[in-house]
Design a protein around this ligand. Sequence first.
Ligand SMILES: [Zn+2]
Length: 264
Amino acid sequence: MRALFVSLGIILLVAAQVAHATDRMPAGTLEVIVIDPGHGGEDTGAIGPGGTTEKDITLQIALRLEETIEEDLPHVNVVLTRTDDTYIPLKERTAIANRVRADLFLSIHANAAYRRGASGVETFFLSLEASDNEARMLAAIENNMVPAEELDIMDGKKEVDELTSILWDLTQTETHHESQLLAEFVHTFLVEAVKEENRGVKQAPFIVLAGAMMPAVLVEVGFISNPEEEERLSQKDYQKKIARAIAGGILDFEKEISRIAYED
Ligand SMILES: [Zn+2]
């Protein structure tokens, strides 16, 4: 019985937070954006054939994105989950976004595949069910690059008990559609900018997106395992191109939520 009350309490708390999060959105203006450079510290992420690490690429792009947003969207406050080569647990990254009451969370990653020729960009939003096998595997790889004790919240579907899924439903109903919208805007700009293979907007159970109280997406900016893409991803101009594209997608997303709010 006591457990039931505790569960109800948690559900009400989450519901209240969700209501609050959406309260801030009707104005349609983004105030705080959290940019999350994937991996860091002992967690290198994927390593390219030339030795480039995913954690370095994601940080460099995130710093350029911060710069771009400050120029193009001067009314927005940018918070980075890390600004140097530090290890930040996955759950802490969304916790930071919730703490600063971010309006948007965007995690940057670079892809890897056994097939060296694999290339292109793909953008994800959270779902318990992955879009396809490749998406499921990618989420498993990204989720497993952390100590085992962090895998407790979403280690496959089996681990998601009833309460978790209720909480998940509550947190996601308000933001799920907006996450999809954000993913589509960012992805469109990205594909247009990099002229690489369009791998599409997909869904997968990424731990780093779970628990975000705001629209949240994960961008795989290219394949670090592909020697040509590894080389490109290391170049300053290419990183700037990616940053400008993501900022463009964010700007259009803001316009769209403003328009929807205005129509309401
Ligand atoms: Zn990654």
